[in-house]
Design a protein around this ligand. Structure first.
Ligand SMILES: [Zn+2]
Ligand SMILES: [Zn+2]
Length: 131
């Protein structure tokens, strides 16, 4: 399978999760990750999955700016969307097949939740001070 971002070679990595085995495709060049529908959710709760996103987040950020990506499964242009809960995380989605995350984004997806909840509390407290 070709990487939707850089056209590099994507290699399949299998990992065991509580929900069973999940095969993730990772790009050898840019470190981007392709998740078939449901895989990202299955992996999110599994700490084992962290090793998968070993790409360089700096490289990932560069490719994140390129939102012109086609689904590696059907070739249709994917939608660039922001995660509803974590707005700073943007990924490309094909509704039918899955989603693509640049290097570093998946680790972010998993780990930022705590930080963001913390920030919400801080902002609330700040809001109270100013009103
Ligand atoms: Zn790539
Ligand atoms: Zn597709």
């Amino acid at each position: 399978m070709d990487c939707p971002k850089c056209k590099g070679e994507m290699q399949e990595h299998t990992t065991r999760t509580l929900q069973g085995e999940v095969a993730i495709d990772r790009c050898n060049d840019c470190g981007g990750l392709w998740f078939d529908n449901g895989e990202a959710e299955a992996l999110k709760d599994d700490w084992m999955s962290e090793f998968l996103d070993s790409g360089d987040p700096t490289v990932g950020k560069t490719f994140n700016e390129n939102t012109e990506a086609n689904c590696p499964r059907c070739g249709e242009k994917m939608d660039a969307i922001n995660d509803p809960d974590q707005q700073h995380i943007q990924y490309e989605v094909c509704e039918e097949h899955g989603m693509f995350m640049d290097a570093g984004e998946f680790a972010d997806f998993k780990n930022e939740t705590l930080v963001e909840s913390f920030m919400k509390v801080i902002n609330k407290a700040k809001g109270k001070l100013h009103t």
